[in-house]
Design a protein around this ligand. Sequence first.
Ligand code: DX5
Ligand code: ZN
Length: 220
Amino acid sequence: MSVVISPSILNCDFGHFADELARISTADYVHVDVMDNHFVPNLALGLPLVEAAVHASPVPVDAHLMIEDPDRWAPVYAEAGCASVTFHAQAASAPLRLAREIRAQGRRVGLALRPATGIEPYVDIFGEFDMILVMTVEPGFGGQSFIESMMPKVSRTRKAIRDAGLDVWVQVDGGVSRSTIEKAAQAGANNFVAGSAVYRAEDAAAEVEALRQLAAPHVH
Ligand code: DX5
Ligand code: ZN
């Protein structure tokens, strides 16, 4: 399993959007957070900006939909050219059907679990997904502290995937930095979203590389 680094542009400088995307050309994906002020208490980055990212980004777009009614909207983001579309388990009325629909569009599909959402109701459909996102903050804002008590959930997610013989990525999102990424990798994550850690760094490419190097020894 490879290490995947996906910087989040939530708090980048949108006045220089193309330049901000160019700063992370050595990453694997650009993580784009979509918020509707209903599923989470914040409003951010809708479809026009995602389309702009699809066209301007040197790396594929990983869309994280923190919205209600993903059953309706997730296929629209897939159609817009996102390489990967992740929706929240509890927001979807038919997560399995939606996963199949996104895969049928030729995109990767992810299932997101907020901190108080357990994996158990979803374990039997993990094989319908390319990625499980274990949130390491309450979704809604960048710059929050990594919730270390999520590490057992990351481990259980990885174990369930291994036990079922599946090839599914485990993503962590929220508070990922040089000081937390090794814990997440040790617990079983292989895909790391980092917003403020990368965009507050003087040299974003160096930060991406540092995160990759710290995670690599723990990802198998
Ligand atoms: C939070 C978002 C994250 C956020 C991460 O709801 O899903 O992707 O941008 O930002 P940091 O890395 O600063 O916690
Ligand atoms: Zn996110």
